[in-house]
Write a protein that binds this ligand. Structure first.
Ligand code: SF4
Length: 272
């Protein structure tokens, strides 16, 4: 198996690769798998991811305003931007609700709360220099790393997370730091601004040393390269470790669930 097209690795896929390499490899190698007759399944977005992306819209608007004139901009406009994206995701991909957000009405309330809390409690403490800048770097062997950080301060990067529970994303942050360094930006520290998806979210802040994060990112990038090379050599999906214990191991969230690329998931009620 041979391809000349470069594979683009998104920063956000690094923690996912550590969670289930097979699932993330399926997305990375979609074209190569299609050539082998394996078509990825359509998947929906979880409500957590949809609320997160939508809150980011309002955050980016607010921080860009702060760069321009020191204010957080118009509150209604920030909220409208968040809801525009939420409705767009709902229309184009579909949103799967969960225990923390079981209905649209609850999602609507949570999105309003997340945006208002971000603007009143998190954004005032940020001194933005750049907002949502995408950077890319050729990392060799036919791979390109591509990542878009949320906001950069003078010597740090900040990333907003809004999950039902806080999870670590150090390799994602490390890849942002790596990209910033390649493009002449100094990053000494990474700060995660975490807003829990609940009725009265209180912001929490998690701090990561950039060096530790960069090393975590490098380790996963190396593993991706090695695993892809092994797969191209053998054609064996087991070149990528599958993790059926992953929270995202389901027909709704995994694009290779039940395909010839992965049949390691639980298989209720069906004899193989
Ligand atoms: S079906 Fe489960 S184990 Fe297999 S790739 Fe998807 S998430 Fe991983």
């Amino acid at each position: 198996m041979h391809t000349t097209e470069k594979i683009v690795i998104r920063s956000s896929s690094l923690p996912s690769y550590a969670d289930c390499s097979r699932r993330t490899a399926g997305k990375l190698l979609a074209k190569e798998l299609a050539a082998l007759g394996i078509t990825l399944r359509e998947t929906s977005q979880g409500v957590g991811a949809a609320l997160g992306s939508s809150t980011h819209q309002a955050a980016a608007y607010s921080l860009n305003s702060k760069i321009n004139d020191g204010s957080l901009g118009n509150a209604t406009q920030a909220m409208d931007l968040a809801f525009e994206l939420y409705h767009e995701i709902q229309k184009t991909e579909g949103i799967v609700y969960d225990g923390a957000t079981p209905t649209y009405d609850r999602a609507e309330l949570q999105l309003k709360t997340l945006v208002n809390t971000y603007r009143s409690k998190v954004a005032p403490g940020i001194t933005p220099v750049e907002v949502e800048v995408r950077l890319e770097a050729d990392i060799g062997d036919g791979f390109v790393l591509s990542g878009q950080f949320d906001v950069r301060e003078i010597e740090s990067i900040r990333d907003l997370k809004t999950g039902a529970a806080s999870r670590a994303h150090i390799s994602q942050y490390g890849s942002y730091a790596l990209l910033c360094r390649v493009h002449g930006r100094t990053v000494e520290q990474i700060v995660e601004d975490y807003l829990p998806r609940k009725k009265e979210p209180e912001p929490e802040y998690f701090y990561y040393d950039a060096e530790v994060a960069v090393n975590a990112a490098r380790a996963i990038l190396k593993r991706i390269k090695d695993d892809v090379a092994a797969f191209r050599e053998s054609g064996e999906p087991t070149s990528f470790i599958a993790n059926p214990q992953s929270m995202l191991c389901s027909d709704r969230f995994c694009p290779v669930w039940g395909t010839a690329f992965c049949r390691e998931h639980k298989n209720k009620g069906e004899k193989e």
